[in-house]
Structures are given as structure tokens and as C-alpha cells.
Design a protein. Structure first.
Length: 401
């Protein structure tokens, strides 16, 4: 089977596994048939995924209480429960100016969490050392021994070559370009490490636990210091051949615009990323203006702040309209720092989409704000680990034994 096809199938199985785990977590006890109804997966797919989880010691089955026999006098109905305490996962989210670490059980329920400000000019080695230190502190907060950790997931704001694990040249953290991030963090933590683009992790989290739980085709748009999209197509996370799928921040929107950090002129990032918006307002609103203060002022009625956020939404909508025409998704989920502006941003996107997209594609795609907020990326990192528990758990348990 071609490598791309194998990776696509693995991505589909990973997301389906997370949906089964979520059903088990939410219900406490549930039958295979009810999991199939709740997730929309076929019974054979559910049975296969449950069998994997049972083999890993993550699912326990028992007869339904008070049911000595089934409805037709056969076997009693079997209920399943998830043993989330069988191990722990670590999530690491590197933003443009922050580092967030979380520890969860194997149902992706966060047990402990820490954040730390990050110098935007830090180099990768400095960031990795800080992350390893923060992981140790967060594990101590959670009361989780290192031996119980089945793995760590890490999100970075830039394209990741999944084959080599190398951070691509358009990463918003220049000190990370060319770094084999997963291997370097693994050296420091001595646990399996998986790394992915932050928008991909946001898409994975919203699809598994958030606004996109019922969507098979969705776009997650992350608008912060950079702009990127995570694409889930036919239930699979789509990264592209070199991990560059979804790099919307570098789509041309103004040929005569200012020079972008990528070297081109007039990229979407130069007119709609949070840094560009704050820069527009600092002359009139003060040099100490922050993104949070800009959004707060806009919601309070400040005309200038409302204008730049609305303009950003319209610029985003022009690019999104093309995506809707090409991919025809069920849902567009908007996340990242600027998503806090709510309809001030979304209405601008809707305006351009209504004007530039085919009516059928714009009507067919629900546009919503993400529901996981600033935790979306770290939840996606945790979900990446949990979805791979069938690979990591036996190794860690063997080492612990």
C-alpha cells in the first residue's frame, strides 16, 4: 500500500478510536451497539476498535446488571467501561509567546496543567529544556510517576514533516526551523513523543471532543500570531505530502501589500494575523495594546478595534471561500486568539464567504467558533498520545514491570 494511503487510513482509525473512547468516557458503561449508534461508526468498526482497547487493558466488559439473559434468551447484554487510570499522557503546546503543558488520564481528562510565558526569539534547545522542566513539575502536580506516562504529544506553530519529524521553514518560531523536535524531546523525557502542527492538533481536538464531533469533513482555522488550517477530510486528518496542507497564512491576498516573513508580499498573515491587527491600532491606542485588550475594546464598542477585526474577517473569508469551493466541508471551526472576538470576526468571514463561495458550499458549511478555547492545541496533543495508546502502552508497562 502506498505510504500516503497507509497514513490516511491510520489517521482515520486514530480519530475513530478517539470517538469510541469519548463515548466510553461520557457514558461510564455502554454497549457496543450503543457506541455504534452514538458515533455513527459501523458495528464491525466498533468491535475492532474495542478489541484493540481490550487487548491494551483499557476496556473492561461486564454483563448488564440484573440481566441474566438477553432479550431473546441468549447471552446477556455486555456493557463496556474505560479504564482511564491505566496510564497517563503528556501534552506540550508551544505557542508564539507561551508554553502550556498538561497531564491527562487515558480519556484525555486533564489532571494537572501549567503555563509559562515564552520569549518569541527563543531557540529550540532553550524551548525544549523549558518544556522538559515544566513536564516534570506538572507530573508532580498530578501525582503521576514518570513510569505511568505512555507518551507525550507536542504541538508547534509550523509545518511538520511526519516522515522525518523536521520542523518546516515557514514555522512562526524561527529558532525551531530544521529541528527534529520529537527526537529531541524524547531524549529529555525518555518517553515516546509525537509532534504535529498546532492547527492539526486543534482540528483533532475539536473533532474528537469539541464543536466538530459529528462532522466527517471539517476545517479548523487557527488565527493567532500566524494563520493555519487543520483539515479533516472524510474522517481523516489531512497533512499533505510534506506537512504543508493548511498553510493559509501565506496565501496571497494583496499583491502590493507589505512583505511577509516568508518573503512574499501581501500574504493573508500580513492583514489578518493578530500581530498585524495590533500594529495597525498601536498608533491610536497606545504601544502597550494587547490582543486581549483589542478584543475587549471592540466588544465594548471601540470603532477602530471593531473595524480592524471586521476587515480581518473579510480577508479571511476570501481565502476560506476558495477552500469551501474546493473541499466542500460540513463545518468551519474558528479557533486561536482572535476567535475570542466572536461574531465581530465571524460576521466578516460570513460576508466574504457569501459573496465569493458557491451558494451550495457556503450554505452546506456551518461556521462556528471553537468550543475548546486556548486548550484546543494541548487537548489535541493529549488526544494524539491517547489515540496511539495501543502502541505505547505495552512498552511502558513492560518497562515499569
Amino acid at each position: 500500500m502506498p505510504p500516503g494511503r497507509a497514513g490516511s487510513l491510520e489517521s482515520l482509525r486514530r480519530l475513530n478510536r478517539l470517538r469510541v473512547i469519548r463515548a466510553l468516557r461520557d457514558e461510564g458503561q455502554i454497549s457496543r451497539a450503543d457506541i455504534a449508534r452514538r458515533t455513527g461508526l459501523s458495528r464491525s468498526t466498533v468491535s475492532s476498535l474495542v478489541a484493540d482497547l481490550q487487548a491494551d487493558g483499557l476496556v473492561i466488559e461486564r454483563p448488564e446488571p440484573g440481566s441474566a439473559y438477553g432479550a431473546q434468551g441468549g447471552r446477556p447484554p455486555i456493557l463496556l467501561s474505560f479504564d482511564a487510570s491505566a496510564g497517563a499522557a503528556v501534552g506540550v503546546d508551544f505557542g508564539h509567546s507561551h508554553l502550556r503543558v498538561a497531564v491527562s488520564d487515558l480519556a484525555s481528562t486533564i489532571i494537572a496543567e501549567r503555563t509559562r510565558p515564552l520569549d518569541t526569539d527563543h531557540d529550540a534547545t532553550e524551548g525544549l529544556e523549558m518544556a522538559a522542566e515544566l513536564v516534570v513539575e506538572t507530573l508532580a502536580d498530578a501525582g503521576v510517576a514518570r513510569e505511568a506516562v505512555i507518551g507525550a504529544g507536542m504541538g508547534l506553530p509550523g509545518p511538520i514533516d511526519q516522515g522525518e519529524g523536521i520542523v518546516g521553514s515557514s514555522a512562526i518560531l524561527p529558532g525551531w526551523i530544521g529541528m527534529t523536535a520529537a527526537a529531541e524531546l524524547r531524549k529529555r523525557l525518555d518517553v515516546p513523543v509525537m509532534v504535529d502542527n498546532d492547527a492539526n492538533l486543534g482540528a483533532l481536538a475539536e473533532a474528537a471532543f469539541g464543536a466538530g464531533r459529528d462532522a466527517g469533513d471539517l476545517i479548523y482555522l487557527k488565527i493567532s500570531s500566524g494563520i493555519g488550517a487543520g483539515l479533516i477530510l472524510n474522517g481523516r486528518l489531512y497533512r499533505g505530502s510534506a506537512g504543508l496542507a493548511g498553510e493559509l497564512g501565506h496565501v496571497l491576498v494583496n499583491p502590493d501589500g507589505i512583505v511577509c516573513r516568508c518573503g512574499n508580499r501581501g500574504c493573508l498573515e500580513t492583514v489578518a494575523a493578530t500581530g498585524a491587527l495590533v500594529d495597525l491600532l498601536r498608533r491610536s491606542h497606545g504601544e502597550d495594546l494587547t490582543v486581549a485588550a483589542m478584543i475587549e475594546a471592540a466588544q465594548a464598542g471601540d470603532a477602530g478595534c471593531r473595524r480592524v477585526i471586521g476587515d480581518a474577517g473579510r480577508a479571511l473569508g476570501q481565502v476560506v471561500a476558495t477552500l469551501l469551493n474546493v473541499l466542500n466541508p460540513e463545518m468551519l471551526i474558528v479557533g486561536g486568539d482572535l476567535a475570542g472576538a466572536g461574531d465581530l470576526l465571524l460576521d466578516g468571514i460570513r460576508e466574504s464567504v457569501a459573496r465569493a463561495a458557491l451558494p451550495e458550499t457556503s450554505r452546506g458549511a456551518q461556521l462556528v467558533a471553537g468550543v475548546l478555547g486556548e486548550r484546543a492545541q494541548v487537548l489535541g496533543a493529549l488526544a494524539l498520545v491517547v489515540s496511539e495508546a495501543d502502541r505505547a502502552l505495552p512498552t511502558r508497562l513492560a518497562l515499569a514491570g
